[in-house]
Structure formats: C-alpha cells, structure tokens
Write a protein that binds this ligand. Structure first.
Ligand code: SF4
Ligand code: SF4
Length: 385
C-alpha cells in the first residue's frame, strides 16, 4: 500500500465516523448551493481545486466533496481578540458568495461576535453552551493577537469583562483543534510591533496545545477553508513548517511562483511606479517587493475569485504572512535592508546588488550579472549625459 492509499483509507474511515453524527443544520449543502444559484458541477469543480490546493491527487476529489457535505457536523467557535476583523471581513464580504464563503454558512458557527444575532449576556451564554455541549468536538478559530501585559487587562470582552487571555485558555481547553486565523493570531500582529506595550503575542505562545497558524493580513479565504477541509477529511492537523503554517499553503515562496520572476532573473526591474518597466510588468523588487522572503500561495491561489493578487496589480508583496513583518519588512516600498545596511540615501541599484549577492534568494548568476550590467549601463548613460 502506498502512502496515498493509506491516506485515502484514513479519510474514508474519518468521514464514515463523521457521517454517524447528526447534522447541526436544517438544510443539506445541496439546498444551500441551489439557493445561491450554484449547481453540482460548480461544486465538483471547486472540490477539485481544493484537492489540488491541498496537494492531494485527483482521485481524492469525491472525498473532499464528501468532507464539505459533512461540515454541518462540525461546531465552530470563533473568538475575536486584538484585531481589526479584517480576516472575517475578507471571508464573508463578497458581492456574490463563493463556495469558500458559503462553507461558513454551512458549518455550525456557534459563536462569532461579528456575525451572531445575540449580544451581551445571551452571547456569553451561547459561548458557554457551545463549550459545554460540544466539548472535545468543536474547532476553535482565533482572530487577533493576545495582549498579555498587565495580566491581559488591555483586552477585556463582554459584560463580565473577561480578559482575552482568560477567554482563550477557557475556550482552548476543550477544543478538538485550534486554528490561528491571520497574522495577529499567528504572530501577534501589528499590535505586537516594537515596543509592543500591550505584550501582544500569537496564540501558540500563550497556550500549550497544538495550534495551526493560517497567517496573512488577511489570509486568503482558500487557506482558511482548506485548513478546515483538511481537518474534516483526516481528523488530524496537516504537516506544518517551522512557524506552524500548513505546508500545502505556505510551503513555497511568493517569489518562486511569481509571474514577474522571469524579469527578476533577467535583471528587469521597475525603477519607479508608473515607469515603462511597470507598464511592461517587470519585477517589483526595487519597489520593495518582499516576495523573496515570504512564504505563501498568493501567486497561485490569488484573491477575489482568483482574479488578481497584489503583485499582479502592480504593488510588491509586503511579507504579511511572515512573523514580525511589521518590524522587519519595512519600509514597504524599499528593498528590505535599505535603511539597515546602506542608509536611506543608498541607491536602489546598490541595495539590489548587495542583497542579491548577500542573501540566498535563488537568483541565477546570469541575473546578477545582468543586474550589474544594467546598473553600469545606466551609470554610464548618466555620466555621458
Ligand atoms: S521580487 Fe517580487 S515581483 Fe519580483 S519576481 Fe520576486 S516576487 Fe515577483
Ligand atoms: S502578496 Fe505578500 S503581502 Fe500580499 S497577501 Fe500575499 S503574502 Fe501578503
């Protein structure tokens, strides 16, 4: 039996045992899709794309489809800590609902401060009931960093003014799995930027249970849904990298799958926004693109129903899925070490060549030579004029 056969068997067993649980929703998935003018063909196409994104072979597609149909067996508790709600917004704010966003209507979202109708004491009661009734079964999703200074007093929630730290410990204790949604929950976020007065931290630095980080500011809805589908499908957490990010989503550098990569290798860079190179779609490295240091699947999965992504739209990657990007990746529109190594007055050419030779970002020798050549050509032209 090869490893995919074993995985297939594991998924089938997991789905069979899930199917024995009763549904927590009134309508099956098919009815919800129909209400949103989506048919079975759309759904299977979507399931095939999720299968490919999870790096599973095509014959897993029916299993992925079954896993999504069984998502109604899954209670979800979503806590908001120190954050802007942008991750929730990115998931639910679409002019026409995608299957990605519809999944969150289909799962049993027991507690979500932005979406639930209840408020005050009733909302707190809902949370307590979910934790008690679904102990050991619910998935806990956290959006936002955890302020830990002053015993967590920088963040209090609800009528009883419980601290975010306290709520997190309470909800995490009985969770079947814990996902940190977004860079704030994963690594502390912008509120953890130096000097970090609130002592904001990522969830996995506060609790001792395993946590899957799904960073991004915001994360792609596909990465949130994919993490959920993976857990339903296998009942386990996926393979992770050193920052606890699922490898299927964060295993490759933005730079390695970027459509402008050929221009990087050829030494063709946008020198200023709006110049001829920008119009030709040349590389944005000199305009501060952090794609060479950033691991995420934006270049493949894209945003807004796969229509575009930041680099496609003409701005460099900001490194939003990396820990401490708020302190280490700025200024956002300058190459990374401009202010640290060379001083702010250093030219982009010097910075570019210094970085290209000093860091292992995978550029071919011919590209370095090409960059030097272009830089020298330009300097000669400037001297002659
Ligand atoms: S530096 Fe940025 S724009 Fe250039 S190839 Fe790499 S990821 Fe793409
Ligand atoms: S392209 Fe870079 S900054 Fe933009 S969402 Fe992806 S990882 Fe974040």
């Amino acid at each position: 039996m090869n490893s995919y056969d074993a995985l297939f068997k594991q998924a089938r067993l997991q789905l069979d045992s899930l199917s024995k649980l009763s549904s927590l929703k009134e309508d099956p998935l098919e009815v919800m899709l129909e209400k949103n003018h989506l048919d079975r063909r759309d759904f299977i196409k979507w399931a095939a794309s999720i299968t490919a994104m999870l790096a599973l072979p095509g014959h897993f597609t029916p299993l992925v489809a079954d896993a999504v149909k069984l998502a109604d067996r899954l209670p979800l508790v979503w806590l908001h800590l120190a954050e802007c709600t942008g991750c929730s917004e990115s998931l639910i704010r679409t002019d026409s609902p995608t299957i990605d966003s519809l999944i969150f209507d289909y799962v049993s979202l027991e507690y979500h401060e932005t979406l639930m109708a209840a408020s005050g004491w009733q909302a707190e009661e809902n949370l307590e009931n979910a934790i008690k009734n679904y102990a050991g079964r619910y998935i806990l999703l956290i959006e936002g960093g955890v302020p830990t200074a002053m015993n967590g007093q920088y963040l209090t929630i609800g009528a009883q003014a419980r601290t975010g730290v306290d709520l997190l410990h309470h909800a995490a204790a009985s969770a079947a799995a814990i996902f940190s949604i977004g860079t704030c929950a994963s690594f502390g976020g912008i509120q953890a930027a130096a000097p970090n007065p609130t002592g904001a931290k990522g969830v996995d630095k506060v609790i001792s249970k395993p946590v899957i980080n799904v960073p991004g500011c915001p994360p792609n809805a596909k990465n949130i849904v994919g993490t959920l589908v993976y857990f339903i499908l296998f009942g386990t957490l996926p393979a992770i990298d050193v920052y606890s990010r699922p490898k299927w989503a964060y295993g490759n550098r933005i730079h390695d799958n970027c459509e402008r990569r050929g221009h990087f290798d050829a030494g063709e860079f946008v020198e200023t926004f709006g110049d001829g190179g920008a119009k030709e779609g040349w590389c944005l490295y000199k305009q501060g693109c952090k794609g060479p240091y950033t691991f995420n699947n934006c270049s493949v999965e894209r945003f807004n129903q796969h229509t575009n992504w930041p680099i496609g739209a003409g701005h460099g990657c900001m490194g939003c899925s990396e820990p401490n990007f708020w302190d280490t990746m700025g200024p956002l529109e300058k190459p990374i070490d401009s202010h640290l190594l060379m001083g702010l007055n250093a030219t982009a050419d010097k910075i570019g060549t210094t970085l290209l030779t000093a860091t292992a970002i995978g550029i071919g020798a011919h590209a370095v030579a090409s960059l030097f050549a272009k830089s020298n050509d330009r300097n000669n032209e400037e001297e002659q004029s």
